[in-house]
Design a protein around this ligand. Structure first.
Ligand code: MV4
Length: 503
């Protein structure tokens, strides 16, 4: 086993990996930019090395600096976390050439899945369903129009080099094709230096469900069930759960089997995620892409399987076989995660950097906070504004929702704006509670919220309730508010809560 691991990342994921190292009695080496001198991951690590100025392009993204620190510190392996260099095959090659183990898949698997067209081809060859569409880049506008006519509108134009919705266009009819095609190509070229675009039939308001896969160097490939990731805002996940509220053993088995086929097809090693779109009409599912890294939302899988995915990653990288077989994987209960961002939900989710003046993390049964900050820490403008991923476990979905609602009410962050109030509303939302989720959830939720706020009766009730709650800080008043059933009372209660927490 490794004696020392370098973590080529920052923030909460660096802290998460350091925690696993500590449990495994492995020394953890941190790297940090000028902006992160006082960061939590630096304080938690056994050793820390400065790697440059705040800009990622001059610090966390410079592979040669990271490899140099690994050499200097004597680290035998590098964990990349997510983002930054985690899906960069050239970095993996640089690491391996230096005689250091990369904790992740081989570069060939990354490359095979990095190109979306290549990934589609591999899925088709492996017998995994993909959305009807092309397996070659479109050659011209005429080609795009002809193919779209064959498939039938609406269609999606997608960048082969894409991901996260960049270079993607929904095209509803033939007269939109010309501008959509040019825009998708231009955006793809600007974002990825590659203008290859392909076409897929559009799945209308799909669910986004992904399967966690795990592979070792002995040819074992297994899956750890699914995560429901439909609740996204601008292609950023906001709330994730395991299992999906669909919670169908048949669907899980079928999707799991397909995910494993994809992993096997690219000789995968370590933790990976295979994404699917699931049609709400007939529950048919289609391969979308594979992410060749540990994902932000891995805790919900850990909470329902009891498996420490980072520990498993490290063991697999050291050449050990997986510590469990497919038959030994048991899903127990339900987990929900909220990604807490330093963003202002009242101001179009603008980043809200600054000093965290107060931090109270929920406690009690079934809660887990994967944080990357401490009270007094600064949230910098240079990096992703996610400051914590907060997850709960319950025996079933209803219990998990109750627990998340309680815990979010306990959570206090002051000094910066955060998305906490936004989550307090989502967790009380009737559509969320129903579990009838699709990728249109957030836009529809924001629309419902705007309408509710515009209702004068709601507004008056909210003002009265806020005044009452502010005046009376006793628990009984709050319990009364919590018993509120009707729509406007729910809004009033939320307003009261927001008032109480901010005062
Ligand atoms: C789609 C789709 C509908 N039909 N593909 C968005 C990000 C990228 N990874 C794939 N995406 C989509 N691809 C077809 N053929 C709808 C989306 C999509 C989406 C997917 C997952 C989560 C949120 C989304 C929001 C809008 C669109």
């Amino acid at each position: 086993m490794f004696e020392k691991i370098l973590i080529a990342n920052r923030g909460e994921i660096a802290c998460r990996v350091i925690r696993a190292c500590r449990e495994m009695k492995i020394a953890a080496v941190a790297v940090y930019s000028d902006a992160d001198r006082d960061a939590l991951h630096v304080r938690m690590a056994d050793e820390a090395y400065h790697i440059g100025p705040p800009q990622s392009s001059e610090s966390y993204l410079v592979g040669s600096k990271i490899v140099e620190v690994a050499r200097r510190s004597g680290a035998q392996a590098i964990h990349p976390g997510y983002g930054f260099l985690s899906e960069n095959p050239n970095f993996v090659r640089e690491v391996v050439a230096a005689g250091i183990t990369f904790i992740g898949p081989p570069p060939e698997a990354m490359e095979a899945m990095g190109g979306k067209i290549s990934a589609r081809k591999i899925a088709i060859e492996a017998g995994v369903p993909v959305v009807p569409g092309t397996t070659e880049p479109l050659r011209s506008l005429e080609d795009a129009k002809g193919t779209a006519n064959e498939i039938g509108y609406p269609v999606m134009l997608k960048a082969s080099a894409g991901g996260g919705g960049k270079g993607m266009r929904l095209v509803a009819s033939a007269d939109e094709m010309s501008s959509a095609y040019e825009n998708a190509r231009a955006e793809s070229l600007a974002s990825f230096g590659d203008d290859a675009v392909y076409i897929e039939k559009a799945v209308v308001r799909p669910r986004h469900i992904e399967i966690q896969v795990f592979s070792d160097t002995h040819g074992n490939h297994i899956h750890l069930g699914e995560r429901e990731c439909s609740i996204q805002r601008r292609h950023q996940k906001v709330v994730e759960e395991a299992p999906s509220p669909i919670d169908s053993a048949e669907l899980r088995a079928a999707m799991g089997e397909c995910a494993v086929k994809v992993a096997r097809a690219v000789n995968y090693v370590g933790a990976g995620t295979v994404e699917f779109l699931v049609s709400d009409i007939d529950k048919s599912f289609y391969f979308l892409e594979m992410n060749t890294r540990l994902q932000v939302e891995h805790p919900v899988t850990e909470l329902v399987t009891g498996i420490d995915l980072v520990r498993e990653q490290i063991n697999v990288a050291a050449g050990k076989p997986l510590s469990f077989s497919q038959d030994e994987v048991r899903l127990t209960g339900h987990a929900i995660e909220c990604r807490i961002y330093a963003e202002d939900p009242e101001n179009n989710f603008l980043p809200s950097p600054g000093k965290i003046l107060r931090l109270r993390v929920p406690q009690g049964p079934g809660v887990r906070d994967d944080g990357g900050v401490y009270e007094g820490a600064d949230v910098s403008i240079y990096y992703d504004p996610m400051i914590s991923k907060f997850a709960v476990w319950g025996r079933n979905r209803d219990e998990a929702i109750d627990r998340m609602r309680r815990a979010l009410d306990e959570y206090q962050i002051a000094g910066i704006k955060t998305t906490l109030p936004f989550f307090r509303e989502i967790i009380r939302d009737a559509v969320f509670i129903s579990g009838n989720l699709d990728t249109g959830f957030i836009p529809a939720f924001l629309e419902r919220r705007t309408q509710l706020e515009a209702d004068p009766q709601t507004k008056n009730a909210a003002i009265i309730a806020a005044a009452l709650a502010a005046g009376s800080r006793n628990a009984a008043a709050r319990v009364d508010l919590n018993r509120a059933e009707s729509k406007w009372q729910t809004a009033a209660r939320n307003a009261a809560l927001a008032n109480r927490l901010s005062s």
